[in-house]
Design a protein around this ligand. Structure first.
Ligand code: ADP
Length: 191
């Protein structure tokens, strides 16, 4: 079993590399951003609450997202047998602590945190390009800058948190998609 967190700023390529990782290692992909966007599309109560935060570039409250994650884990036990890739979660220290506990209760743990490291200006460029192609409502310049600020304040401390646990693996997130994927594979295969 291989449980991985894919970690990095908005626009660092987490979703793109997750798609390649799930195929290569036969992992179950949990993207909290995708779960929230799906709820917004379906007009659920959760979606309505989440939309307000997402459109402002803010994080959805920890308690809400932690409940969602626990539910997704329990609903997908079969598919998650080989392991899970957590994409967009955890984003705060309390979320990381909750994840540790949720996994411990299920007899497992995080094996590695793959940190995609990309310079700030490149992140903005990628987010705006993605917004033009996908029409994602939060991929405009103002919200993107806000999301990066939230990332620096609330999410980036997780790097030190996982470094202390010896789990953080820094990956240069600049380069071709396949080149970056090779780096990740090398790192995980030697984990
Ligand atoms: P990105 O990493 O490009 O910002 P995501 O799709 O992961 O995109 O997330 C989009 C938005 O969904 C975030 O800006 C945030 O508002 C919300 N969100 C996703 N995951 C979480 C989480 N773990 N905790 C709080 N909010 C979240």
């Amino acid at each position: 079993m291989l449980n991985i967190v894919i970690f990095g700023a908005p626009g660092s390529g987490k979703g793109t590399q997750s798609d390649k990782l799930i195929e290569h290692y036969n992992l179950f992909h949990i993207s909290t951003g995708d779960v929230l966007r799906d709820n917004i599309r379906r007009g659920t109560e959760l979606g309505q609450i989440a939309k307000g935060f997402i459109d402002q570039g803010q994080l959805v409250p920890d308690a809400l997202i932690i409940d969602i994650l626990a539910q997704v884990l329990d609903e997908n036990k079969e598919k998650a047998q080989e392991g899970v890739i957590f994409d967009g979660f955890p984003r705060t220290i309390p979320q990381a602590e909750a994840l540790e506990q949720l996994l411990a209760e299920r007899g497992t743990q995080i094996d590695a945190v793959v940190g995609l490291e990309v310079p700030e200006e490149e992140l903005i460029k990628r987010i705006l390009l993605r917004g033009q192609m996908s029409g994602r409502a939060d991929d405009n310049e103002e919200t993107a800058r806000k999301r990066l600020e939230v990332y620096h304040n609330q999410t980036s401390p997780l790097k030190a948190y996982y470094e202390e646990q010896g789990k953080y693996r820094a990956i240069n997130g600049l380069g071709t998609i396949d080149g970056i994927f090779e780096l990740i594979k090398e790192t995980l295969d030697n984990n």
